[in-house]
Design a protein around this ligand. Structure first.
Ligand SMILES: Nc1nc2c(c(=O)[nH]1)N=C([C@H](O)[C@H](O)COP(=O)(O)OP(=O)(O)OP(=O)(O)O)CN2
Ligand SMILES: [Zn+2]
Length: 123
């Protein structure tokens, strides 16, 4: 099995829900996002998936959040926009766009700062 990873980013505002502390107040982050897909086979060019395609489809999903107040973007109008929940949201939305008989989203890492990361993976 091959594994391919791209790094990208988005900027947005949020506040945690049901959280006792300053993170329940409006604030923002420059989130860094790492998306890893698995690929069973390579194409004639030797690619599991073109990094350009992986980044394009990831950024299409990130556009839903970029420069937004995330708490207003479904499903985060009903769910606390923690990095954990954002990682799962990205995993599922990017998977809807990319998963096929060969390629599957394997893991999404969401870095809220240089020191704190939440991940969601297939297992
Ligand atoms: N498991 C999680 N814990 C926290 C999350 C999260 O998404 N998952 N999010 C937050 C807040 O978003 C908050 O912005 C982060 O606060 P903090 O860790 O304090 O980050 P700082 O950069 O402000 O770090 P300082 O050391 O306080 O400068 C909180 N926890
Ligand atoms: Zn935050």
């Amino acid at each position: 099995m091959y594994h391919l990873t791209i790094h990208t980013h988005f900027a947005a505002a949020h506040n945690l829900i049901n959280y006792q502390g300053d993170c329940e107040n409006l604030h923002g982050h420059n989130w860094k996002v790492e998306v890893t897909v698995s690929a069973r086979d390579l194409d004639k060019a030797g690619l599991g998936i073109d990094f350009k395609v992986l980044k394009r489809e990831t950024n299409a999903v990130l556009d839903l959040l970029d420069h937004k107040y995330i708490n207003e973007v479904p499903p985060f109008d009903q769910m606390s926009p923690s990095s954990e929940n954002i990682a799962r949201f990205l995993f599922e939305r990017i998977g809807e766009r990319l998963n096929d008989g060969n390629v599957r989203v394997a893991k999404v890492n969401v870095w809220e700062s240089d020191h704190a990361c939440a991940s969601y993976s297939a297992d």
